[in-house]
Write a protein that binds this ligand. Structure first.
Ligand SMILES: N[C@@H](CCC(=O)N[C@@H](CS)C(=O)NCC(=O)O)C(=O)O
Length: 329
């Protein structure tokens, strides 16, 4: 059986897309890249009936996955022959990535963006994306010492973990090969170091405070170069149009039947039943609901059927952690 077509909907500057691209590259999975705008509207996703506003979105055949946390799980399942990034402590990796790195660390790092150099329209868009008070670039810049201080506290944890490895050439969890947690951590630090606003950390004038972190980042860069060298055509995307992306998705069949946990309290209580029109919404940022027909619900994911502009359907999967599921009233 030929492997399912993989389509990444993303834009170049998206740090979370970079995280998923690294996973695809290291796993050697071929995929197509459908470029969407840095801000909505995003016609490629609208055509699929996708209203979820976060990027990236990953399609594996007819299955459309929201959130990189679930995308990596779906990739591990759909491509069992590819290099695994799950490794040891898989559950702990997912929990650390989701609650520590993707939430707390990412928010702090995003605060370090050069807000005064960004277009006003973009800052306005990200204010509504984030929710709460509008982003005031002057206030963000004034808050930098506090953000830098928080980043140093997180980096202290990272440095201590790295110091506990048996070998200095091992990865973050003391494994000889790279794992998902390495990638989840690396893409944030690499993004931060590229901003130029944290040079006191990344380009110190005296001895660096985080030497182990820097040499671990070099290890990751070596792993990336090796992946490119060892399979120069795999994991390197080809650009496709919105229409090509839709036809790849709609010409594939969904993979298997969605799972249903009969003990799921929302089903047991009668709040939800299969076939209901529901909305699935992130609970932290970009809280734009995605509507669809409930076809699967277990402890890990919610699956809904979403009909696109041409009346064709795809299955959309979102993680349970960090997403709410409610019946549309
Ligand atoms: N937890 C989500 C976070 C995704 C996220 O925050 N993406 C950013 C871009 S890197 C985003 O969607 N920003 C708003 C936008 O692009 O419209 C994931 O892992 O996929």
């Amino acid at each position: 059986m030929s492997p399912p077509a993989v389509v990444l909907f993303a834009y170049q500057q998206s740090p979370y897309a970079a995280k998923l691209e690294l996973c695809l590259l290291l796993k050697g999975i071929n995929y197509s890249y459908c470029t969407v705008g840095r801000m909505p509207p995003r016609p490629a996703l609208q055509a699929l009936g996708v209203t979820y506003r976060r990027i990236p979105v990953l399609a594996i055949g007819n299955d459309i996955i929201f959130d990189t946390a679930l995308a990596i799980v779906a990739l591990e399942e759909a491509f069992p022959e590819s290099k695994s990034l799950a490794g040891r402590n898989w559950a702990l990796q997912q929990a650390s990535s989701f609650f520590w790195l993707d939430r707390t660390v990412f928010q702090t790092v995003a605060g370090m963006l050069p807000w005064d150099a960004l277009p006003e329209e973009f800052v306005k868009d990200r204010s509504s994306y984030r929710g709460g008070d509008p982003i005031d670039p002057a206030k963000m810049i004034a808050a930098r010492p506090q953000l830098l201080s928080a980043i140093r506290q997180h980096m202290d944890l990272i440095e201590s973990q790295l110091a506990s490895r048996a070998e200095p050439t091992n990865f973050f969890l003391d494994t000889p090969s790279i794992t998902y947690l390495d990638i989840s951590l690396y893409h944030k630090l690499n993004w931060l170091s590229s901003m130029g606003t944290a040079d006191s950390i990344f380009k110190p004038t005296t001895a660096p405070s985080f030497p182990l972190t820097f040499s671990w980042m070099d290890l990751i860069r070596v792993a990336i170069s090796e992946a490119i060298r060892s399979h120069p055509t795999q994991g390197i995307p080809s650009q496709i149009s919105d229409q090509e992306a839709a036809s790849l998705i709609y010409s594939s069949a969904p993979n298997g039947s969605p799972k249903v946990d009969s003990e799921e309290p929302l089903l047991v209580a009668g709040w939800l039943k299969l076939g209901d029109e529901v909305e699935v919404t992130p609970t932290d940022t970009g809280k734009v609901p995605q509507k669809g027909k409930l076809v699967g619900l277990d402890r890990q994911r919610v699956v809904i059927e979403v009909v696109g502009e041409e009346g064709k359907a795809a299955r959309v999967h979102a993680p349970r952690l960090g997403f709410s599921v409610q019946k549309v009233k």
